[in-house]
Design a protein around this ligand. Structure first.
Ligand code: C2E
Ligand code: CA
Ligand code: CA
Length: 698
C-alpha cells in the first residue's frame, strides 16, 4: 500500500493519464481555462500547441454539438443540474471528429454560493459511439426486416404473468386494442382445436431448452377465418427475474396455400385434375409392395384423335375433362385415377376381384360414353377400350404391371373397341403377344385412315398365250406408320387372334367392289377375295355381301372367294353353308392352300368348290422334288375327277411352269407370271384391254 502522503499532484496526473482522461479547469473569475496535456494529446496536439483560451474547447466543438454543450454548462452553473454531463465531438488535429464524454461541475463557490471555478474530465468515447451507431443500424435493419416480413413480436413475462403483443401481432390475430398488454389467456382462445395441443407444448418448450423453438399452427380469428401462423420462440433469461418468453409470429396462410398448390401440381394432371403419370407410378409401386391383390385398368379413348382433328383441341380438352370427371364419379374413394398422357387413363383398384373389375369396367365404359364432347361433335360418342391386369405378386415391376394392362387394352381395341379385356399371360405372353395386339389395333386404325391397301395378283391360264385369264386375287397390304408395307402374313394372324379379321375382310370386299364395281360389271376381270375362318362363320356375311353387290352393281359371277382348307375344317358347318349360298348366287369358291393339311381329299367331296389352289410349298421346288411332283399330280387328278379347276400357287421359275403345264394344271399364280401390285393398276390395265376390239387383244 502506498503511503497516503505520496498521493500528490504527480500521482493524480499519472492516474488521469492512464485512464486517458483529459482534464479542464476553468476559472470563472479570470476566464482562464487550463487543459491537461492528456486532453491535448487526445486531440492529437503536443504540449503548447494550443492556446489555452477559455473558449478553446468550444472552438474545437462540432457546430452541431455546440449549443447542447454550452446549455449543459449553463444549466449547471445556474444550479439547475447536479453536474455537467454531455457528449460532444471535438475536432482532432488531423481533421476528424473525436467523440468525448464531458463530465464536470463547480468545484469552488464564493460566500454567496456563486460558482467561481469549474473542473471536468473528457474521455474519448469514439469507439463506443461507433459501436452504438452500428447497433442502431442493425436495429433499423432489423425493424425494417420485421416490417417487411410482416412479423409480429410478442413476449410473456413469466414473473408478472403478463403478455405483450406488438401492433403487428395484434393485426395478425385481428385484435383491436390500443396497448401492447393483453391478458395472458388471450392467445389460447385463438387456437384451432386440432392444433391446440401442439402449439401449447411448443410455447412451453423454451423453458426446457436454450434453442429457438419453431411451430406452425392454425388460429381461428374472431370472425371465424382460419389462418396459418408460424412462431419462433425462445426464453430470455435474466438475472433479476424468472425471464421472459420472447416470440415472433407470422401469418403463413398464403405460403401454405402456395405450398399445397405446388404439391398438388407436382402430382396431378393440370387439365383433368387426376393424378399424373409419376404420381400414379409411385402409388402403384407402394400398393404392389403391400402384396395385396389389386387391379390396374388401362383406359384408352377410342375416336379421340378423330375428335381432336375434326372438332379442335378445345373440344378435345373439354372431352378429356368430362371423361375424367365422369370416370371419377363412378369410383370408390379407394380407387386412384390418373391421366397417363394424351387420351390414356389408368386406374389403380385395390382389393379387386374379377367380378368387381368387370362391374367397374362396365361403369367406366358407360361413363366415357356419357362424356360431354361439346356441340361441334355432338353426334359422335366417345368410347373407350379398357385393359385390365391383376397384380398379386409383390415383386412385379411397375412398368411390367402397366404393360400388361396396356397389352390387354390393345386386345380390347383389337376386339372392336368400346369394351374391356383382361390380361392373361397365356394369350399375350412373349414378345409377339404385345406386338400382335398392337398390330391388330393398328390394322383397325389403318382401315379408318387409309393405310390399308388393296393389291392384286393375276391368276393365269397356263396354256398359251398366258394372258387370257383375267382373274385377280385381292391381297391386303398394311402401310405401317413408318411407311413400310406390312405383309398380310404378319397382320392377318394378329387380326384373327384379336377378332378383327372379319371386319378386315368386309372392309376389303366393300372397298374393292365400290372402287371396281364397274370394271367387274364390264367383264374386264373377276376378283377373288380371301376369307378368314372368322368371316366364314359370320352368319351375316351373305347379307353383307348381297348388300354391297346391290350398292356397287358388281355381278355375282365376277366375284370369287378363297377359303383355306384349315378354315373349312375348323368351321365345317359354317363352311358348308357358305359354299351352298355362294353356289346359289353363282359366286366362285376356291379351296386355298390345298394340301398343306393333307387331310383334305375327303373334304373335297363335301365342298363342291369351283377350284382348288395347290399350296405353294408343293410348287416352289417341284422341279427338284419328285415327291412334290407326285403330290401335285395326284391332287390335280382328283380335282379334275371332281370337276374343279386346279390352280398352282407360287410359280417362280420357268422349269416349274413347264412341269405344271405338262401335268395339265390349268391355272397358275406366282411371281414368274405376275407380281402382286396395286389393284388399281391391274384393273386399269384390264379395263383398257377389254375395251380393245377382240382381235387386237394381246
Ligand atoms: P394366299 O391366299 O396363299 O396368297 C398368296 C400369297 O402368296 C400372297 O402373299 C402372294 O403375294 C404370295 N405369292 C404369290 N406368288 C408368289 C411366288 O411366286 N412366290 C412366293 N414366295 N410367294 C408368292 P401375301 O399377299 O403375303 O398374302 C399372304 C396370305 O395372307 C395370303 O395367302 C392370304 O391367306 C392372306 N391374305 C391376303 N389378303 C387377305 C385378305 O384380304 N383377307 C384374308 N382373310 N387373308 C388375306
Ligand atoms: Ca388366297
Ligand atoms: Ca394360297
Amino acid at each position: 500500500m502506498a503511503d497516503k502522503k505520496n498521493r500528490n499532484g504527480e500521482f493524480w496526473e499519472l492516474a488521469l493519464e492512464r485512464a486517458h482522461l483529459g482534464v479542464w479547469d476553468w476559472d470563472l473569475r479570470t476566464g482562464d481555462c487550463f487543459y491537461s496535456a492528456m486532453w491535448s494529446q487526445m486531440l492529437g496536439y503536443g504540449q503548447g500547441e494550443l492556446a489555452e483560451t477559455s473558449d478553446l474547447w468550444l472552438q474545437l466543438t462540432h457546430p452541431d454539438d455546440r449549443e447542447r454543450a454550452v446549455a449543459s454548462g449553463e444549466r449547471h452553473i445556474a444550479g439547475l443540474t447536479e453536474s455537467i454531463e454531455t457528449e460532444l465531438r471535438l475536432k482532432h488535429k488531423s481533421g476528424h471528429w473525436v467523440w468525448v464524454l464531458d463530465r464536470g461541475g463547480v468545484v469552488e463557490r464564493d460566500a454567496e454560493g456563486r460558482p467561481l471555478r469549474l473542473m471536468g474530465v473528457q474521455t474519448d468515447i469514439t469507439k463506443q459511439k461507433q459501436a452504438e451507431a452500428q447497433l442502431e443500424q442493425v436495429n433499423v435493419r432489423f425493424r425494417l426486416a420485421l416490417a417487411a416480413s410482416g412479423t409480429g413480436i410478442w413476449h410473456h413475462d413469466l414473473a408478472a404473468r403478463k403478455s405483450y403483443w406488438d401492433q403487428r401481432t395484434r393485426e395478425i390475430f385481428g385484435l383491436v386494442a390500443e396497448t401492447d398488454e393483453v391478458s395472458q389467456d388471450l392467445w389460447h382462445s385463438y387456437l384451432h382445436p386440432d392444433d391446440r395441443a401442439d402449439a401449447e407444448r411448443a410455447h412451453l418448450a423454451p423453458l426446457q431448452t436454450q434453442k429457438v423453438v419453431a411451430v406452425q399452427y392454425r388460429i381461428i380469428k374472431r370472425d371465424g377465418e382460419i389462418r396459418h401462423v408460424e412462431s419462433l420462440i425462445r426464453l430470455i433469461a435474466d438475472a433479476q427475474s424468472s425471464g421472459q418468453i420472447l416470440g415472433t409470429v407470422r401469418d403463413i396462410t398464403e405460403a401454405k396455400q402456395r405450398e399445397q398448390e405446388l404439391a398438388h401440381a407436382a402430382h396431378h394432371d393440370a387439365l383433368t385434375g387426376l393424378l399424373n403419370r409419376a404420381a400414379f407410378d409411385r402409388l402403384l409401386a407402394e400398393h404392389i409392395a403391400t402384396a395385396r391383390p389389386l387391379a390396374i385398368f388401362y383406359v384408352d379413348l377410342d375416336y379421340f384423335k378423330a375428335l381432336n382433328d375434326f372438332a379442335g383441341h378445345a373440344a378435345g380438352d373439354l372431352a378429356l375433362k368430362s371423361v375424367a370427371k365422369r370416370i371419377q364419379g363412378c369410383l370408390l374413394p379407394s380407387v386412384h385415377a390418373a391421366r397417363l398422357g394424351g387420351d390414356e387413363f389408368a386406374l389403380l383398384v385395390p382389393d379387386c376381384d374379377a367380378a368387381q373389375a368387370e362391374r367397374l369396367a362396365g361403369a367406366v365404359l358407360a361413363a366415357v360414353r356419357d362424356a360431354d364432347i361439346g356441340s361441334t361433335a355432338a353426334s359422335r360418342k366417345l368410347a373407350a377400350s379398357i385393359g385390365i391386369a391383376f397384380v398379386a405378386d409383390e415383386n412385379t415391376a411397375v412398368a411390367d404391371a402397366l404393360a400388361c394392362a396396356d397389352d390387354a387394352c390393345y386386345a380390347a381395341k383389337a376386339a372392336g373397341r368400346n369394351r374391356f379385356a383382361v390380361f392373361s399371360p397365356e394369350t399375350t405372353s412373349g414378345s409377339s403377344g404385345l406386338n400382335a395386339a398392337r398390330l391388330a389395333a393398328d390394322t383397325v386404325d389403318a382401315m379408318e385412315d387409309g393405310r390399308l391397301k388393296l393389291f392384286g395378283q393375276e391368276i393365269h391360264r397356263l396354256g398359251t398365250p398366258l394372258q387370257e385369264s383375267r382373274h385377280v386375287e385381292v391381297l391386303a397390304r398394311l402401310a405401317g406408320r413408318n411407311g413400310r408395307l406390312i405383309p398380310p402374313g404378319e397382320f392377318i394372324p394378329a387380326a384373327e387372334r384379336f377378332g378383327i379379321a372379319s371386319r378386315l375382310d368386309r372392309w376389303i370386299i366393300r372397298t374393292a367392289l365400290s372402287l371396281h364395281g364397274p370394271a367387274l360389271k364390264s367383264g374386264a376381270l373377276t376378283l377373288g377375295f380371301n376369307l378368314s375362318a372368322q368371316t366364314l362363320s359370320d352368319p351375316q356375311l351373305w347379307d353383307f355381301v348381297d348388300a354391297v353387290i346391290d350398292e356397287t352393281g358388281a355381278p355375282h359371277a365376277g366375284i370369287g372367294f378363297e377359303i383355306t382348307e384349315t378354315a373349312a375344317v375348323t368351321n365345317f358347318t359354317a363352311a358348308e353353308q357358305f359354299v351352298r349360298k355362294a353356289r346359289e348366287r353363282r359366286c366362285r369358291v376356291s379351296l386355298d392352300d390345298f394340301g398343306a393339311g393333307m387331310s383334305s381329299f375327303e373334304y373335297l367331296r363335301r365342298f363342291p368348290v369351283d377350284a382348288i389352289k395347290i399350296d405353294g410349298s408343293f410348287i416352289e421346288h417341284i422341279a427338284e422334288s419328285r415327291f412334290d411332283r407326285e403330290i401335285v399330280s395326284a391332287i390335280s387328278g382328283i380335282a379334275r375327277s371332281l370337276g374343279c379347276s386346279v390352280v398352282a400357287e407360287r410359280i417362280e421359275e420357268q422349269a416349274s411352269l413347264d412341269i405344271l403345264r405338262g401335268m395339265g394344271v390349268a391355272f397358275g399364280q406366282g411371281f414368274l407370271l405376275h407380281r402382286p401390285e396395286p389393284l388399281q393398276a391391274i384393273v386399269a390395265r384390264a379395263s383398257a384391254q377389254a375395251a380393245l376390239p377382240a382381235g387386237r387383244r394381246a
